[in-house]
Design a protein around this ligand. Sequence first.
Ligand code: PAF
Length: 280
Amino acid sequence: MQVIKKIGDLRVILGEYRKSGKRIGLVPTMGYFHEGHLSLIDAIRERVDIVVVSLFVNPAQFGPDEDLECYPRDFEQDEQMAKERGVDIIFYPDKDEIYPDPFFTYVATEDLSKVLCGTSRPIHFRGVTTIVAKLFNIVQPDIAVFGRKDAQQAIIIRKMVEDLNFPVEVVIAPIVRESDGLAMSSRNTYLSPKERKQAPIIYQSLKKAVEMVQRGEPDAGGVKHSIRQQIETAPLARIEYIEIVRERDLKPVKVIEPGTFVAVAVFFGKTRLIDNVVLK
Ligand code: PAF
C-alpha cells in the first residue's frame, strides 16, 4: 500500500494503472476508521482493480463553531487498518495541496443542501460537494462509494454527479451499526458513557417507525410524533429535527409513499448524531 500526499504523484501512478486497463475505485473519507469505513472499502474492492482511499479532514465542510480542530484523527491506526483491508493507495494530502490560497471556486447542489442538516449547517454540503468534485477530478475513479448513514450527503453527491456529468458510478453502502443499533460514526467517540448508553434510543425509535408503516400507518405526522415521544424518553437527548422526506428531492411528505425515508438529528450533549431508515 502506498501513501501519497501530492496530487501530481497520484496522477502519475493512477495514469499508469489506467493505461493498463485497470478500474479505479475511490473511498472518500475523513479518517479515524471504524467498521463503517471498512465496509465501504469492502464494497468497492470487489468491483475494481485499484482501491484508493482519500483521507482528508475537509475544513470547507465545517462551520465556524463546529468540531474541525478536535475532529478525531489517528493516521497510523488508519494506515494499518487500510493495509489490512487491502487498500492499494491512501491519498493523504495537506490542506494547502487541496485548497490553494486564495481559493474561490465552490460546487453547490443548491436546494438539496438547504434542508435537513443544511438548516443548521448552512455551508456544510457546499464543502462536501466541493471536495468530492475535486477528488473526482484528481483521482478520476470509475466508481466511488459513500455510506447511507449520511443519506442527505449521498443523495446530494448522486445529484451532483448527474447534474455535472461526472463519469463516476456512485455506490451507496448500507449503514453499519453497533450491536445495540447505534449507527457507527467517528463522532460517537465524543459521547460520555451516560450519553453513549442512551444514544441507541435513536435507532429504536426509527425501527418502531418502520413497524408502524408496515402495519399500515400512512400519516407522516403520526410517525414523526411517535419517534419524538420515544427519543424524548432519553433525558440527555435533544432533538434537532425529525423529517420524513422523498428520496428523490428531499421534500417532506404528509402521506408516506414509496421512496420516502425518515431522517433525524439528535444532540447528546455537544455531540450531534444523525441516522435514517427507509420507510417504504
Ligand atoms: O462522509 C465524509 O466523511 C465526508 O463528508 C466526505 C465525503 C469524505 C467529504 O469530506
